[in-house]
Design a protein around this ligand. Sequence first.
Ligand code: AMP
Ligand code: ZN
Length: 460
Amino acid sequence: MYTCGPTVYDYPHIGHGRKYIMDDILRRVLEQIEGYEVNHVQNVTDVGHLVSDADEGEDKLEKGAKKSGKSVWDVARFFESEFQKDMDTLNILKPTTVCRATDHIPEQIALVQKLVAKGYAYDTPEAVYFDVYTFHDYTKLFGQKLEEKLVKSRDEVREGNYKKHPADFAVWFKRIGRFENHTMHWDSPWGDGFPGWHIECSAMSIKYLGETIDIHTGGIDHLATHHPNEIAQSEAATGKQFVKFWIHHAFLMIDGAKMSKSKDNFYRISDVENKGFSPMDLRYFYLTAHYRKTLNFTWGALEGSRYARQKLINEITVLENQLKTEKRTALSNEKLQKVNAFSSQIKAHLCDDLKIPQALATFWDALKSNIPSADKLDLIYDFDTIFGLRLREDTGKQFQKISDIPDSVKLLVSEREKLRAEKRWDESDVIRLKIESLGYLIEDTKTGSNLILNSKKSLK
Ligand code: AMP
Ligand code: ZN
């Protein structure tokens, strides 16, 4: 499995968290349910690539270096380590191999040489370009016609002075013209220069995983340009199918908008922690949506996930306590079937294109069912090796009890109870909002009693 890794010129954000957690769950499912041994390779784009997926713009790493006043090498190493720290915080398994583009320049040069020798790439005074018309199936992944690519997405293609065709893309840039002062550069058969962005993934994927790989993942933004380019380079060079299964992850949006620093809606994992959430609350939040669906982040939605995860932890505490007094007894046939049915259903959802929200729903059904405590606990611990919510580690930690809740909030709760008893829903809703604005959540249970858990008061 090959995963397109980060471009290390800035801090990772919670959008990256979503993408890499989905890869992580995929890997855990393959390993723990399907029984595969997963060789997981992830690159680090430390060579910088131009600001757009096409060949235009300023180099991202150089931009980062200018901003911070450090060398491009320092910037890359610093943000690579920040990325790894955040991935660890989110309980994401480390890939089997993490490979940097800058450590694989000879492999990239060799691949470009092969493409030139086979007539798929051509040398020009400014760059070596891949000739998209020589590759029969260039647009097969995205289904876009080359003509459409030209007309509809002009931003994506740039009329390089020496390009045969505007959609041709650079596999090697020369250190001349607008790249005269490019900081990272290497000797090559085409003179001093640096690799085009797409070539690193083809070169490292082939090196570590062979010419045909089973799974390749990346964000949805890679569907139109980066991945078609990877396929073209790899298949042109090897004559073999590059990837059997492509996985494209949808984006995380913030309050319905794309995350961006200028909109002040750019959040890092540490921002989430600083508001008092556990990174595992964020992980739970990511599990609430299918990876091919856009997920909208709001602080309220994160609060809901925190609440759900705390409920799980509370449940574990109750079950663990019960088991101190109850003995584990042999299961009746009927109960055994029920436990197995829940377990198979959860697995079936996960193995069906990673239907994680459905798997979580069945998981909750199992916890609400009448299967014995010991089996519930086994189920929680078993599936948490896939969900990765660190439930066992966090059990026993002190969460706020009802008795710790201020009198003013308790008063509002009882007032609301009265209104609910009188079916005065609108008024009771107003009070619920008031309670929430004070930083508390209310759960209406079947018996009508309310359970309150503390939430952070610093929410936006
Ligand atoms: P980058 O560091 O920009 O090269 O991105 C690394 C990976 O994260 C790519 O596969 C992107 O598609 C993905 N990514 C970037 N932003 C988001 C986002 N907001 N939501 C989900 N994935 C993202
Ligand atoms: Zn890639």
